[in-house]
Structures are given as structure tokens and as C-alpha cells.
Write a protein that binds this ligand. Sequence first.
Ligand SMILES: [Zn+2]
Length: 293
Amino acid sequence: MLVNLRDICAIAEQNNMAIPQFNTPSLEAVRAAIDAAEQTGYPVIIAHAEGHEPIVPLSVIGPIMITLAERSSALVCVHLDHCEHLSYMRRALELGFTGAMFDGSMLPYNDNISNSSRAAEMVTGFNCGLECELGSMGTRENGSGHVNDHISETIYTDPKQAVDFIKSTGLDILACSFGTVHGIYKGKPNLNFDILRKIRDEIETPLVMHGGSGVSDDDYQRAVNAGIRKVNYFTYGVKYAGEAAAKAIEHLRIEDANSEIYWQDLTIPAYRCMLKDFKHVIKVLANGASPLA
Ligand SMILES: [Zn+2]
């Protein structure tokens, strides 16, 4: 069932849990995310990032995401991730996306407000919730999953500024920066839960953690208990799936050095790996809440 981002985050709030957003720029990933939700009984958010356009265009994967979400027995939000161009957001809205993130976090504060406000105006009239970001994780969702290019230093979200930002923009949920990074972690993730709790003390808006893959199960649950309601998960999921596909080929080659390799020899192990990984993440973020379906 297709669900609005606002409603899915309200469910998370009521149950003191977080709902994962899995980026799904392949048919295997879309199927794995929705199947994981159906098999565990928890809601899920599937997302397409503007930066993933070179992997698969929105015009191709978007209608597939919507159709499979509508057809599913699970609660599924179809979300646009890290959108920097309002024209791109409009295309997702017209396809029927029920969530969208406008990312103005790299802009000066006032420009972030004015652009995020325009995004808020744009989603009015569509069945869509809006996520915006304040603070900077220092890295961008770059699409490849390979590079963690530090564009700038991490800037933690300022709790007082968050109050003003929410009032000034009309967003529904807030992505905040408290030590997570996009891509592969260099060393152990170092999350600042004090910052997160201070933001939580100031506002009631559901909070989002980006750079969610690569974080330990313990840190996930600490983040949920400190108020995180949506966790963005991509890089480590596709890394595990890539490793599963590589391993499958290695096995075939060990059995027969001249074995043919067919496309499905890669996609089936990748799908199975993502399904198992996504189910694990969904259950950890459920934080002890009973399945909802
Ligand atoms: Zn992100």
C-alpha cells in the first residue's frame, strides 16, 4: 500500500521506532526492500536519489517503484532522496511519489530556507510529505557508492536554528547532522547523541539520520531512542550485494574454470543478499515494536 511520508513517520513516532529508507536504483533493490517489509511485517521507505539518475533514470524506476508499492501488502512510502532541483522534484510528484527530500544543506542558511519553502509550496496539492536538511554531513550522496569525497567539514545541526528552520520552511521531517557521513566510513562512526537529544528537546518534528548504513546495531538503537524516525541506508547494502555477486562468480569458476557466467548468476545472489540485509535493518530499527502487519 502506498503511504505518505508524514504518515509513515507518524507510525514510527507512535512506536518509538525508525523506518529505513532503502535507496533502490535497481529492480533487485526495489523487490528486496518491498519483500523485506512484507516478510517482517514492518513499513518501509523506498527511494530514488537525484544523484542516482546515471544508475537508472527516474522515468524508468519511478513508475516501477510506485506500482510495486501500490500492489504490496506492506506500508510503503515512495520517496525522492537528495533532490536539489525543483524541476526534478516536480517530475517525481507527477509520477506519484509520496515523499520528497529537498536538500539545500550546502546553501547559505537563508537560501536553504527560501528554496526549502518553495519545495514546501510545490508539494502542497500532492499526496506527499517533505524532508529538508539543516547542517552538513560534509559529503554528498554521489551515486556511485564508491567514493566518500569530503567536500567540506561536518557541520552539526544547531538545535536552536532547527526551530527557526522548521517554522520558516513548512517541512514535515528534518534531516539533521550529528556525526554520520554518506558512503563508506573511514574508521569507526562517531555519532554525537547529545546533539541529537538537544534537537529532539527543541522540536517535535520527526528526525532523519542520513549515512545510516555502516552504523552498528547498538548505535542504531541509541539513535532511535534519541528520536530518529527515518534512517537512510544505501552504501553498505549495495556493497554487500556486490560482494555476494562476486563470490557467486568465484564459486562458479572454482567448480569449472571455463563456466559461462550469465547475468542472473549475479542478480539472484545480489537480490538474496539485499533481502537478508534489509530484513535485518528493518528489525533492528523496529527497536522492539511488534510487527504492524
Ligand atoms: Zn543522504
